[in-house]
Design a binder for this molecule. Structure first.
Ligand SMILES: [Zn+2]
Length: 367
């Protein structure tokens, strides 16, 4: 078929279509931005979006409607703005994505864009939303919808790490994923749990809703019961005082354990792959955005205090930082490293109910 047989949109209509949804993908729950700077050329932009036809531009195409005129087919109202992935998806599986569904999504996406105009800043929703993490690869901005004891539900707003595709994959395959990946962390509640069941629904208003059945919360232990450990100095070496190994106990030991646990790069310990944190990865990706960086580090602290994991040396599963009841807040005021460590000011409640706040040095490997 020659291109002349296609009722394509004009370039100017495509641009207007994209602008009417703030250049964001209209697929519910995706919201991916589709425009940005060309990194090779300071005078150019890149556009990763698609002006998808609701009713196909040519006969034989998805949702083709023979009753429409050419003018109707190429009219801006017959198009919906999508990221490349979702633009292809709605055409590949067009029985699932009916014209009616796409008209609804177009309307919802334009409404979201209209609403975002009324807010003080574009970042409003993400600043006021909490972060939720699913496994080690997905972090979303979300609002809590409801909590019925161990049934949690969220309205997903936009992805920070991963995307709608990886989220769908995670939910669909949650039963076959490694057990260590089946957990949820919620920033605003300082809570993290093993997931028993998870599903996604799109509400009639086009909201992307996540429903999770969670396991019960492990009971925190008393940090004064930790016993003694060798003291580690500022450079990560064993500390020698007056010719013998220096030891730490109680709260000092607990602080040091948080530092060591966070500074261990997850996956680098051959025999204990689950051990450690994503601090190094987050540092290298987010050190220029200290607000987001701090929030991601907090997610890791919460996870390590509440998600039980296999330990070679211990029988049964316990969280690495089982002696912390709750991490309350975090402040990272500089990305500057001293002996390869950044400082996080942390506020927490120990397992025995004592409150504590102070600076924890966290090792990262700079790339
Ligand atoms: Zn998309």
């Amino acid at each position: 078929m020659s291109s002349n047989d296609r009722d394509d949109f004009t370039p100017s209509d495509k641009k207007t279509m994209a602008e009417r949804v703030s250049w964001k993908c209209s697929f519910p729950g995706c919201g991916r931005n589709t425009v940005g700077p060309n990194s090779d050329d300071p005078t150019k932009k890149i556009n990763n979006g698609i002006a998808a036809h609701i009713h196909a531009a040519a006969s034989g195409g998805p949702r083709y409607n023979s009753k429409m005129t050419s003018d109707e087919r190429r009219h801006i109202t017959n198009g919906v703005w999508m990221c490349r992935y979702h633009g292809n998806l709605i055409d590949a599986d067009y029985t699932e994505y009916s014209a009616r569904t796409l008209y609804d999504w177009k309307e919802q996406a334009e409404k979201r864009a209209a609403d975002s105009l009324k807010l003080p800043t574009q970042e409003y929703s993400s600043k006021h939303a909490t972060l939720i993490q699913l496994g080690s690869g997905i972090v979303y901005f979300a609002n809590w919808n409801a909590v019925h004891s161990r049934e949690w539900s969220f309205e997903l707003i936009a992805p920070l790490i991963g995307d709608a595709e990886s989220l769908n994959q995670y939910v669909l395959e949650s039963r076959s994923l490694p057990e260590a990946e089946i957990y949820v962390v919620v920033e605003s509640q300082g809570d993290a749990r093993k997931i028993l069941d998870i599903k996604i629904e799109v509400s009639p208003e086009g909201k992307y809703l996540l429903f999770i059945n969670v396991d019960k919360k492990p009971v925190a232990t008393n940090p004064h019961d930790l016993g003694m450990s060798m003291e580690i100095d500022d450079e990560g070496d064993i500390f020698i005082r007056n010719g013998s190994l220096a030891m730490v106990k109680g709260i000092d030991n607990a602080e040091q354990m948080i530092s060591i646990c966070m500074g261990t790069i997850k996956g680098e310990m051959d025999d204990e792959k689950e051990l450690g944190s994503l601090a190094t990865q987050y540092y290298n990706e987010y050190k220029y955005d200290l607000e987001i960086f701090g929030r991601l580090i907090l997610l890791e602290l919460i996870r390590l205090s509440l998600i039980p994991m296999e330990r070679r040396s211990k029988k049964g599963k316990t969280p690495s930082l089982h002696f912390v009841k709750r991490f309350l807040s975090i402040q990272i005021s500089s990305a500057e490293l001293t002996h390869s460590r950044f400082k996080a000011h942390v506020e927490l409640e120990w397992g025995n109910g004592e409150l504590w706040d102070g600076e924890i040095p966290i090792f990262v490997l700079q790339t």
